[in-house]
Design a protein around this ligand. Structure first.
Ligand code: GRF
Length: 192
């Protein structure tokens, strides 16, 4: 299954997805990494791993979010992409793109959804006194961070945690969870 990973920044989840996809029995390969930020750190990492990259900055499209998404969609189709994995892609999608990839677009979110959709998840988990935190891979639907949950991983919240320390622990869990969920998702598609 041909997968595109959409990023805006560091791309550590993207790197984990590429690496796992290169294993013989993964059932998917990352064939494109696409970013809305031209100098996103993840693009160089993807290139170094031999994966095609493209950046489609949103700025030139101004307020026309859908026009930017049509350009993104065109690049995905041109690359023969079948599944899209959002990994730190910091754009809220319009219903148009969500519908275009319905049932074939995944996202990873750094909380145990339905807890803490949106930003600052780790600070919110610490402020609430939660004993555990984690991450969620879900299908993308029109409501932000609301789609059907495909998998979760849990980590403890420690007594002296800062948001940064907790974020790092959750990130490590993300790097295990996302490739695992994408692998079984793509195997399911292949069987269908
Ligand atoms: C991750 O914490 C992910 O859950 C969130 O954005 C962050 C991306 O990090 N959606 P990276 O670019 O994969 O390192």
């Amino acid at each position: 299954v041909r997968v595109a990973v959409l990023i805006s920044g560091t791309g550590s989840n993207m790197a984990a997805l590429i690496d796992a996809g290169q294993a013989a029995d993964s059932g998917y390969e990352v064939s494109l990494v696409l970013s809305n930020i031209e100098d996103a750190g993840g693009l160089a990492i993807a290139s170094a791993k031999g994966v095609a990259t493209v950046s489609i900055p949103h700025k030139p499209f101004g307020k026309d979010r859908e026009a930017h998404e049509r350009a993104v969609d065109e690049a995905l189709r041109a690359a023969g992409v079948e599944v899209v994995a959002l990994a730190g892609y910091m754009r809220i999608l319009t219903p148009w793109l969500v519908r275009a990839w319905e049932g074939r677009m995944l996202n990873i979110h750094p909380s145990l959804l339905p807890l803490y959709p949106g930003l600052d998840t780790h600070a919110r988990a610490i402020a609430a006194g939660d004993a555990e935190a984690g991450c969620t891979v879900h299908l993308v639907t029109e409501g932000v961070d609301e789609g059907p949950i495909l998998g979760q991983a849990r980590v403890p919240v420690l007594g002296d945690d800062t948001p940064a320390a907790l974020a790092e622990r959750v990130k490590t869990a993300e790097h295990g969870l996302y490739p695992q969920v994408l692998t079984s998702f793509c195997k399911g598609l292949a069987r269908a």
